[in-house]
Design a protein around this ligand. Structure first.
Ligand SMILES: Cc1cc2nc3c(=O)[nH]c(=O)nc-3n(C[C@H](O)[C@H](O)[C@H](O)COP(=O)(O)O)c2cc1C
Length: 363
């Protein structure tokens, strides 16, 4: 019914309406259940591939295989539950990145969204398939580097780009100082700079805004700035279908604005989490010795890391809150109820329609 008023997000031949991509959430927070529920509303549902397999229960030699099978399983499950658009999020920092990309391609996924590093060789694995490739960047310059590289090496450009601002959840592509001292460039600025580059191509590359987008007004704000759509993650945590344990969702519901805090993750990047006694201990220098059978992240040095981030995040998804922290976007404290995905998306469409029609009336 809103279709007459709101433009869909078009990525190649994919028509996404409303123009929302659910951000991939590792470890084991956005799996098939959430992705399929989101895809059933017309948005893009995204399975996060980080730490998907229960590889901690297997010998190290099976690490890649276990992750690969888990990704295959989740994609197939999502396809059974939805005929909508399903993507996977594959972080460049994962040591089995290549294998996960190849698996997603074999499974004919609709989109691969890839950040946490520069996905410079991503098109190499396409095998001629029409799978949409969407890098995640934190600056227009990074986007430009990726475009140049893909064009010269693969004669291909990104099908869309996600620009992730400093208010996002999980690992952030900004220096800890710039986040804490509030000196990082605002998402609005980076979006405008990225759109200039994206519009210089024929056809223009859709730019998708991410980080701190919470309601329909926020979506309208970025569409008015020229973004073609948004990626939202935090908002999808407090849904019935989100794959994380209820305790994970409760941490969001119980958080106050001042509970959102930044940690320096063993990955070498800052991460936004909800404060807890566990987080405080970590910040005071508590270490949790661990034996690493596989180095799951290229950027982690297990001999120096104070704790295993993959284990801590897996604990969070399993609801073991005393032994974990919860990744969250800066607006997580605004979540106040757990709702079905369909209800959340309907609410977002209504707010967005209102915000855009109010704008039309003012013209
Ligand atoms: C719990 C959680 C886990 C996340 N995990 C990943 C991940 O595995 N890979 C990734 O590229 N981004 C990850 N993100 C970032 C999201 O995909 C998304 O771009 C960002 O959080 C958007 O901001 P928002 O949460 O304020 O909507 C995660 C975010 C959250 C909240």
């Amino acid at each position: 019914m809103y279709m007459d008023h709101l433009p869909p997000l078009n990525i190649g031949n994919l028509e996404i309406y409303p123009p929302i991509i659910q951000g991939g959430m590792g470890v084991r927070v956005s799996r098939a259940n959430l992705a399929a529920a989101v895809a059933n509303t017309g948005c893009v549902g995204v399975i996060a591939s980080a730490g998907l397999g229960q590889y901690e229960d297997f010998p190290d030699a099976e690490f890649e295989k276990v992750n690969e099978e888990a990704l295959r399983y989740e994609i197939r499950k999502a396809r059974r539950l939805s005929s909508g658009i399903i993507g996977v999020n594959i972080m460049v920092a994962l040591s089995d990145y290549e294998n996960l990309v190849k698996t997603a391609v074999e499974e004919n996924i609709d989109l691969i969204i890839s950040g946490a590093g520069l996905p410079l060789s991503l098109p190499k694995y396409l095998n001629g398939k029409d799978i949409k490739l969407v890098p995640v960047v934190s600056s227009a310059r990074t986007f430009q580097i990726i475009c140049k590289r893909w064009k010269s090496h693969f004669n291909k450009l990104p099908d869309a780009v996600v620009v992730e601002g400093v208010k996002a959840g999980g690992h952030l592509g900004y220096s800890p100082d710039s986040i804490i001292n509030n000196t990082a460039a605002g998402l609005e600025q980076i979006i405008s700079e990225t759109i200039k580059i994206a519009d210089s191509f024929e056809p223009a590359i859709p730019v998708i805004a991410a980080g701190g987008i919470f309601d329909g007004d926020d979506i309208a704000h970025f569409l008015k700035l020229g973004a073609s759509g948004v990626q939202m993650a935090t908002r999808f945590v407090c849904t019935d279908e989100c794959d994380a344990h209820n305790n994970f969702k409760l941490a969001y519901l119980n958080a106050n604005a001042e509970d959102l805090t930044i940690i320096e993750s063993p990955v070498g990047l800052p991460g936004r989490v909800i404060n807890s006694s566990f987080v405080e201990k970590i910040k005071q220098g508590k270490t949790i010795p661990f034996e690493c059978k596989y180095q799951c992240l290229k950027t982690c040095d297990p001999t120096k890391a104070p704790y295993c981030i993959a284990k801590v995040l897996a604990n969070a998804a399993e609801g073991k809150m005393d032994e974990s922290f919860v990744f969250a976007g800066s607006n997580a404290w605004r979540c106040n109820k757990i709702v079905p995905v369909r209800l959340l998306v309907d609410e977002l469409i209504e707010e967005l329609t209102l915000a855009l029609s109010a704008e039309m009336l003012c013209l």
